[in-house]
Design a protein around this ligand. Structure first.
Ligand code: C2E
Ligand code: MG
Ligand code: MG
Ligand code: MG
Length: 275
């Protein structure tokens, strides 16, 4: 048993070592990818109850010539474990605000890593990019995951407040996954919650799931927060999310994330229909 135990430890170490090496490799390639223009942003519509395009969420894409498409769920955590996330975060913001110049009236939602908010100069960075791109702060939403918000230090809360004082809105992403009570919501400067898609996926499965989403939505609207239902994949989920009181909708059923040219076309088409 002792021997087996020792072997097990060795295997574990070897795995950790190769995982570490792999992360280092990805990190190096990501650094190069920024310079080589291998990164791109796709945009997913966020619609109002009447199907109006209200906002778009910018989602990072990495097309590596050697590895193909790499998911942000894989490489963002690697960037977060190094200072690379700051450079990447600034690149994303600048690109999103530049692209959004072609989407008049729509808000643009940009994901921000909690690590970016640990830096004291993050507020200056956002202000500088807004100025360089001549983008109105009132059309920018910064998405922060709920789990990051729960762990926000007083410094991070202060930075969120400064961003909000500039007119930027703050959304809590993947809401419900870091759940540990609502008290922190009273202290955090936020405008929107995005109910995690795992809850939306269960809508209609049982009365409990519906009641849970309804309760989140009514609490949020009582606090005058917007409520986005994320990850809507079926018409039934759309109807139930609406019945539960969500006021914004996002998911494959409505539209997948798409390249800039496609979202601009969709947006222009919607404007023509209104005119
Ligand atoms: P997120 O911010 O919660 O973004 C939503 C994710 O759900 C996106 O995955 C989107 O493509 C996917 N999604 C949208 N609708 C549906 C649906 O109906 N069904 C399903 N199954 N999925 C749907 P994606 O693009 O792979 O991004 C994954 C995560 O990576 C994001 O989750 C976000 O946390 C992170 N991420 C992406 N871009 C950035 C970025 O520029 N900066 C930072 N810090 N994180 C980013
Ligand atoms: Mg998001
Ligand atoms: Mg999300
Ligand atoms: Mg997510």
């Amino acid at each position: 048993a002792k021997k087996a135990g020792r072997n097990k430890t060795c295997v574990f170490d070897a795995e950790m070592l190769s995982e570490l090496k792999h992360r280092r490799l990805i990190e190096r390639e990501l650094r190069a990818a920024i310079l080589l223009n291998e990164l791109d942003l796709h945009y997913q519509p966020i619609q109002g109850p009447d199907g109006h395009l209200v906002a778009v969420e910018a989602l990072l894409r990495w097309q590596s010539p050697s590895r193909g498409n790499i998911s942000p769920a894989r490489f963002i955590p690697i960037a977060e474990s190094t200072a690379l996330i700051d450079q990447l975060g600034e690149w994303v913001l600048r690109r999103a605000l530049t692209d959004a110049g072609d989407l008049p009236n729509a808000s643009v939602s940009v994901n921000v890593s909690a690590n970016q908010l640990t830096r004291d100069d993050v507020v200056d960075m956002v202000a500088r990019v807004l100025e360089e791109t001549d983008f109105p702060p009132s059309r920018l939403v910064l998405e922060l995951t709920e789990s990051a918000a729960i762990n926000a230090t007083p410094d991070i809360c202060r930075r969120l407040q400064s961003l909000r004082d500039m007119g930027i809105r703050i959304a809590l992403d993947d809401f419900g996954t870091g759940f540990c009570g609502f008290d922190y919501l009273r202290h955090l400067p936020v405008d929107t919650i995005k109910i995690d898609r795992s809850y939306i996926a269960r809508l209609g499965d049982s009365e409990t799931d519906n009641v849970f989403v309804s309760a989140l939505a009514s609490l949020a609207s009582a606090m005058r927060l917007n409520v986005v239902a994320e990850g809507i994949e079926t018409e039934k989920q759309m109807l139930l999310a609406r019945a539960a009181g969500c006021n914004l909708f996002q998911g494959y059923h409505l539209a997948r994330p798409m390249p800039k040219a496609d979202i601009v076309r969709m947006h222009d088409h919607a404007l023509r229909k209104c005119a």
